[in-house]
Design a protein around this ligand. Sequence first.
Ligand code: HEC
Length: 254
Amino acid sequence: MGRFGKLVAAAAIALAAVTTAQAAGEQAELKKVSLPHMNPFGSYDFAAVQRGLQVYQEVCAACHSIEFLAFRDLNDTGLTPPQVKAIAAEYTVMDGPNDDGEMYERPAEPKDRFPLTFPNEQAARAANNGAYPPDLSLVVKARIGHENYIYSLLVGYADPPADKELADGMEYNPTFPGGQIAMAAPLSDEAVEYADGTKATVDQMARDVTTFLAWVSEPTLVERRQLGIKVIIFLVIFSVLMYAVKRKVWADLH
Ligand code: HEC
């Protein structure tokens, strides 16, 4: 086999491996969700971020932590400092040591991070039938398909087809690679009651919590985009100027 032949053979093997891996993964195509911040010039819908925070607090936080989120970060979502303070005060955090060398509990303050749901991975697994509910701080970035994946996963629960064998304690969800997941469908209609009167359908809550988790994973998205636009405008003006300078410098040389 020549060098080219070997290359082709290697490529064929790699392709076969990828295809079988996908077949074993049995993952349904993701639903496409359209959220304002997903447009190239879009910004977060902060009303949705706030509703998503409520869904996280009242539903997801029973199993999932968001370890990188501090209460004061919520000031950037349109909540006022007193509102943020009130949200923090609903939580208890461990502090210390005090002058006697002892750790003590106190109400959380805006500077604190959201307390962990479980103290460690073992405790989380023990409470969830051996499965680990991952921290959601960066999950939108970490999963292939990003927002579309998280949304599709949350709305993707269905009755299993007759020929699908589910392992003990597993639920059918074709969005999850392999088609079965250890998380029971977390959302059901009216699972929360939104303060702004929005109707809490599964679809609505899935969009809102996905928007919230996207914001958690990249709070500075809007600033980054604005900076990008400024840089491009600067480069355009700079190019025009340099072109004019070039014309002037070369004007006498023809
Ligand atoms: C009763 C506990 C529980 C609740 C409530 C819960 N989850 Fe989960 N979640 C889990 C467990 C357990 C897993 C791990 C599943 C597995 O590996 O099979 C998981 C996994 C996930 C994953 C990762 C899937 C992947 O690709 O690895 C995401 C994203 C997720 N949950 C989001 C949420 C959101 C958003 C909510 C709230 C609307 C929520 N979960 C509520 C227990 C829970």
